[in-house]
Write a protein that binds this ligand. Sequence first.
Ligand code: SF4
Length: 430
Amino acid sequence: MKDGSVRLLTADAKGRIFASPRLAPAGMKAGVFFRLSPENLIRLPAGSQLFRLPERRPVGCDPETGSFVTTSDAFAVAAFAAPGYTLTHNAAYAEDPKAGPLPLFSYGACAEYKGEFYTAAVKVDTDRRHDSTLIDMGKVKKNIEKFKKIFGKNRLVRHLAGCAVVYGCPNAQNFFLRRYEAPLPVSPSCNAACAGCISYQSGAIHCSQPRIKFVPTPEEIAGIALFHIGHVKDPILSFGQGCEGEPLLQGKTIERAIRLIRMESGNGTININTNGSRPKTLERLFDAGLDAARISLNSAQERYYSAYYRPQNYSFKDVMDSVKTVKAKGGFVSLNYLTMPGFTDSRKEIGSLVSLIARLRIDMIQWRNLNYDPLLYFKKLRVPGRESADTAGIAEEMDRLKRRFPKLMMGYFNPSKEKFSLRAAASPRR
Ligand code: SF4
């Protein structure tokens, strides 16, 4: 790729996307612009999307002077990278004076080179379980009808059918395709109020997937789980989905469901995606047969965690205690590490993450792009400029972690116990 031929992308009012005739692409971290070099860019992965940003003007780099230029008669363009890819730079833009918050997506920098699209991201997982180009919606819909007959009155199957068809949830789609990870949503409520919660918002931002309205019975949950275990290679069952609140608030139901599943089968990985607010509940779930927990964090620093999660009746310490509980029970613990360029790769955050991994013996980091307005994020967290100005780069951060913790798994998706047990067997315990 020749540096001088890479172009910034812009859009017109109809959403048509053009390569700028003159400007080179720029990326943004914490409101600061960077010229993107070819090393920062990868070809836009299959399953990604480009979109026009409303009320935002594109910022590119003048290749002759190196200065950053705002184009006032066009709209900025951003890339939503396919799952498995983590953004290193946000799209560079200037907000119009009365710009509202952006919807709940991630906004990667993007560019054009020789007629192809590129984005600023790194590949973190080879698994293609959420690749929309591999999901046959005709088959999903056909199987939904079959599953409705098989499961009769099971309300969870009907709920998942809506997730698969109306909200495009890849886990629900894969469940009906009998593969990968079956979603088991259970909780209509939550004890946090995350700024970027996709299932509940009370202000100007729209949530993208409403919460489940009922608590399924343990029998409804176990019915689906056992069917999935019986039909899928390396099956994973996951409590804690985008269409619900916090699963630990329904600990008794989950505990009974796990016991029902484990009475019938020891196969399959039972996982919970959680905010980790209730370590005691988590302990009971591991006693019942839970294998793994993925605990969400936007930051390894308490004040930024609390500013984003706004926990209502728990604290950062409870979350840390949950990690300890998983380790004490011999379970596998991942961090669902919500990543924002300029924050996640700030040296202060990296230092805090390194010490957290070392202290708590984290098994895996799942590098998830945080779906939130990039500029609003820094305002909400009140990150001082000196912190966000001192960044190492997301790719460099990952390399540093790999060197410091050679046994730490990195990826994007929950692994099956076959996968994480193999890894544990191959390496002595830390
Ligand atoms: S913990 Fe999950 S469900 Fe609860 S507010 Fe945060 S994102 Fe939403």
